[in-house]
Structures are given as structure tokens and as C-alpha cells.
Design a protein around this ligand. Structure first.
Ligand SMILES: [Fe+2]
Length: 281
């Protein structure tokens, strides 16, 4: 526990100083390879799914969003990793929710490569204290300059600039940047306001990562996790319910009684086990 405390403090010092931080050996090799096996299967499955949106594969990035709904048994445990939760609690100092849990693989598409330099937060921030989003990227393979390691702009998290919307984009991205090279099994933490870009894969080496993106509880997530249905709900522990947003649903106004609960936030320990029997969608 003391180690976790020290490690989370180290992560926070680094993300506050540089905008990102790398922690080695979070997952062992076998775990990484097991997860990759599931991702490969999911990738094949999606290739045959006529509803699947292929967002960016022609530009050099395979994206599979919403992993915790597609295959909860394999991916749920990644979202409430102890170190991640410790960092979230210390930075936000209030409950957090999951924005998304998605897989990202780089592929070599030569000249067709494209990746916008961007921030994940909707609001840029001049300060660490007002960070609204934190991202934890599990590196399931070694991340190297040649296989498309994520590129970051150190200290850009304090610029207050939403780089993808800047009129000065072309000039600003010339600022000092670096490839975040990390060993298989590492987590790369970065603040949602840190400028970053998917790297270019030039050596065809596999590079799978899983991005777990978190926000403050009062921000709308990119997927409505609370519609996950009873069979997934049953699998969630209290922390995962919180991350799914079950403890921060806006209260309904009861028209008959002309009444509603005043608070949006509620304790996840007080959530009903039969949530989906009580609330019908
Ligand atoms: Fe991003």
C-alpha cells in the first residue's frame, strides 16, 4: 500500500511537470499476450461486422472502442487498476467516470499515415489542478519510435491551447516533442490536456495498446455505460459501477409526486443489486 502511495505520487509529480509519466511492469508478458489474443479476435470479428465503423485504419491506426461492453470478462479489470484509481483520486479529489476503454493498434500504411496532434480534453487547461481528463495507456507490446509509439509534446499540458483547434497549429506542433517509448506491460499516464499524436509505424512490428480515458464525474462520457444491461451490471464491483456512472445519474423528476432527489452524486455502495429490475429502459 505504501508502495502504491509512493508510486502514485511519482506519477503525479511527473504528469504535473511534463504532462506524462511511464510506469513499468504493471502487467506481465503473459497477461499482455492473453489480452492481445482477445484483441486479435475482436479485430477479426469487427472486420465481419457490417455495423462496425472503421475509423482510421487507412491512416495507420486500428481502433476498437467500448472494450468493456464487447468483452467485459476480459477487459473490466483494466479499468479499476489500483494505481490508476489512486492517481485519479489524488488528481481529481472527487469521483471519476470512465470516458472510454479502447484498443489502438498502429499499422504501417507508408505515405497514407496521418494523425492529428490533439488533446483529449474538451477544455484545455492552464493548470494541473483543473485537469478534467486523465488517460492511462496500457502498452501491450513494446512501444518504440519505429512501431508507432505515441508522440507527446512535453509541458504542453500547461499551454491552455486546444492544439487541434489552433489557427497556429502548423507552427505550434514544431515545438519540442518526443516519442514515448515504453516496455511491454507499462502504463503511460498523461493528462487530457497534453498534446499528443499517434505514432507512425514504419517497421511493421505489432503495437497494441489499450487506452483507458477518465473524466470528472459531472462530464458526459463518450458511451452511456449505464445502459450496459443486467448481465454486465452483475459483473461490476462498486468501483466499476462508479466508473460506469451509476452513482452520478441525474435524478428524475417524478411528475405525479412533483418531487425529485436533490443530489446527482450518490454512494455506489447504496446502489441496488437489482438496478435493472428497478429502472426499466
Ligand atoms: Fe488522443
Amino acid at each position: 500500500m505504501k508502495n502504491l502511495n509512493n508510486l502514485s505520487n511519482k506519477v503525479i509529480n511527473e504528469i504535473y511537470r511534463d504532462g506524462y509519466s511511464i510506469v513499468k511492469n504493471v502487467l506481465n508478458k503473459k497477461k499482455c499476450n492473453d489480452i492481445i489474443k482477445h484483441l486479435d479476435k475482436l479485430e477479426d470479428k469487427e472486420a465481419n461486422n457490417k455495423y462496425h465503423t472503421d475509423e482510421r485504419s487507412k491512416f495507420g491506426q486500428v481502433v476498437i472502442r467500448d472494450l468493456v461492453l464487447r468483452s467485459p470478462k476480459h477487459f473490466l479489470k483494466l479499468i479499476d487498476n489500483n494505481l490508476i484509481i489512486k492517481v485519479l483520486n489524488k488528481v481529481f479529489k472527487e469521483p471519476s467516470i470512465l470516458d472510454n476503454c479502447m484498443a489502438s493498434k498502429t499499422t504501417n500504411v507508408n505515405k497514407n499515415y496521418f494523425g492529428l496532434v490533439h488533446i483529449d480534453s474538451h477544455l484545455p487547461s492552464y493548470s494541473n489542478e483543473n485537469t478534467s481528463d486523465i488517460v492511462a495507456c496500457y502498452c501491450l507490446d513494446d512501444f518504440t519510435k519505429e512501431n508507432g509509439a505515441t508522440k507527446v509534446w512535453p509541458k504542453s499540458h500547461l499551454s491552455g491551447i486546444r492544439i487541434q483547434n489552433s489557427k497556429n497549429y502548423s507552427n505550434l506542433i514544431k515545438k519540442k516533442n518526443k516519442y514515448v517509448e515504453a516496455k511491454k506491460g507499462s502504463i503511460i499516464f498523461f493528462l487530457g490536456q497534453t498534446w499528443h499524436q499517434i505514432g507512425k509505424n514504419i517497421n511493421n512490428q505489432r503495437r497494441w495498446g489499450i487506452l483507458c480515458h477518465y473524466k470528472r464525474w459531472w462530464i458526459k462520457p463518450s458511451t452511456e455505460w449505464t445502459k450496459c444491461g443486467p448481465s454486465i451490471y452483475k459483473l461490476l464491483n462498486n468501483k466499476q459501477k462508479e466508473l460506469f456512472g451509476f452513482n452520478s445519474i441525474s435524478p428524475e423528476f417524478n411528475l405525479k409526486k412533483q418531487y425529485k432527489n436533490l443530489k446527482t452524486l450518490r454512494k455506489s455502495s447504496k446502489l441496488s443489486k437489482n438496478y435493472f429490475k428497478v429502472i426499466q429502459y
